[in-house]
Ligand binder design. Structure first.
Ligand code: BTN
Length: 296
C-alpha cells in the first residue's frame, strides 16, 4: 500500500524566516482513502485481520471482486456473484472504550446508505443492528460484520475489522437455486434491481470510503462526545426498525414487541408483553415495515 503519511514533507522555516532542514510534518495519512484491490480471497475480513495482526494502520481497506468463503453475522455464509457486489473490509483502531466500538460498524452502515443515495439515487434505511434495506419493501441490500482482532486471553482487543457486503449489479441467475440461494432471493435485492439500471460500482466504492472517513474523523480526532452524538442522531433518523413491531431472534428463542429506541450504547429497546427489554445482539425481523407488506 502506498504510504501517504510522508506526502506533506516540506522544508520548514524557523522563527526568523530562515530555511531549516526538512522536518517531519504533521501526518497526512488519510484513513480509508487508499483501498487495496484483490481479485478473489476467502474473506476480506479474514485477510484484513491478518494485516491488523502485522500492524496495519487504522484506515487500511481491502476490496475484493469475489470471496470464496464470505462470512456473515451469527456464523452464516455471505454469498456474492463475482464482480457484482462491493466486498469491503475496513480497519479501525478506536481510541475509545471498548463499549463504544459499536460506533464503527454504525458509521459504515450510515456511510453505505449515503453512498447509495448519492451514486444510485436509491432510498434505503438502516435495519438494526447494521443492515441496509431497500425502501419501501425492506429487502436487504447490505450487511455489516464487525470482528475484533488481537485478543489474547485476558487482554483487550486492539483493532476492529468492519466488513460490508453491498449488493450492486446482480446477474439474472443470482442467487443460485438451493436452500441458501432461495432464502436470499426472498429477502435480499441489489441496487440495479432496485433502481432498474446498473450501478457504477467504482463511484459507489469511492463514495462509501469517503463517507466512512467523514463520519469516523470526528470520533478519531475530536473525542467521543460530539462525534457520538452526531452519529447516533443520524442513525436514529435512518433506522427503519424504530416504531416497528419486531421479532428479535436470539440463540435462546425469539422475543416480539415494538422497537422503542436505540440506546446510547447502541442496544435496541423493545416493549414486550412482559415489559421492556434491551438487546445487544440478535437478528431482527420487521413484522410490519412502515408502508409495506411484512418482510425482513
Ligand atoms: C451479514 O451477515 O449481514 C454481514 C455480512 C458481511 C459480509 C461482508 S462481505 C466483506 C466482508 N468479508 C466477509 O467475509 N464478510 C464481510
Amino acid at each position: 500500500m502506498p504510504d501517504e503519511r510522508l506526502a506533506g514533507l516540506r522544508p520548514g522555516r524557523d522563527t526568523t524566516g530562515q530555511a531549516t532542514r526538512p522536518v517531519a510534518p504533521s501526518p497526512v495519512w488519510r484513513p480509508f482513502c487508499s483501498p487495496e484491490r484483490l481479485a478473489e480471497v476467502p474473506s476480506t475480513n479474514l485477510a484484513l485481520a491478518e494485516r491488523a495482526k502485522e500492524g496495519a494502520p487504522e484506515g487500511t481497506v481491502l476490496l475484493a471482486e469475489s470471496q470464496s468463503a464470505g462470512r456473515g453475522r451469527l456464523g452464516r455464509r455471505w454469498l456474492d456473484p463475482p464482480g457484482g457486489s462491493i466486498l469491503c473490509s475496513l480497519l479501525f483502531r478506536p481510541r475509545l472504550p471498548l463499549e463504544e466500538w459499536f460506533l464503527a460498524p454504525m458509521a459504515v452502515s450510515l456511510a453505505a446508505r449515503a453512498a447509495c443515495e448519492q451514486v444510485a439515487g436509491a432510498e434505503t434505511a438502516c435495519k438494526w443492528p447494521n443492515d441496509l434495506v431497500s425502501l419501501p419493501d425492506g429487502l436487504k441490500l447490505a450487511g455489516v460484520l464487525a470482528e475484533t482482532v488481537g485478543e489474547t486471553p485476558g487482554s483487550a482487543p486492539r483493532a476492529l475489522v468492519v466488513g460490508i457486503g453491498l449488493n450492486c449489479n446482480w446477474p439474472a441467475d443470482f442467487p443460485p437455486a438451493g436452500l441458501e440461494g432461495d432464502e436470499l432471493a426472498t429477502r435480499a435485492t441489489s441496487l440495479d434491481r432496485l433502481t432498474g439500471r446498473p450501478v457504477d460500482k467504482s463511484a459507489l466504492e469511492a463514495a462509501l470510503l469517503s463517507e466512512v472517513a467523514r463520519r469516523w474523523h470526528p470520533l478519531a480526532e475530536a473525542g467521543l462526545a460530539p462525534g457520538k452524538a452526531a452519529l447516533l442522531s443520524e442513525y436514529r433518523a435512518a433506522c427503519a426498525t424504530l416504531g416497528q413491531q419486531v421479532r428479535v431472534e436470539l440463540p435462546t428463542g425469539a422475543v416480539e414487541g415494538e422497537a422503542l429506541a436505540i440506546e446510547e450504547d447502541g442496544r435496541l429497546r423493545v416493549a414486550t408483553e412482559v415489559g421492556e427489554a434491551t438487546f445487544g445482539v440478535g437478528d431482527v425481523v420487521h413484522l410490519r415495515p412502515k408502508g409495506a407488506p411484512p418482510g425482513r
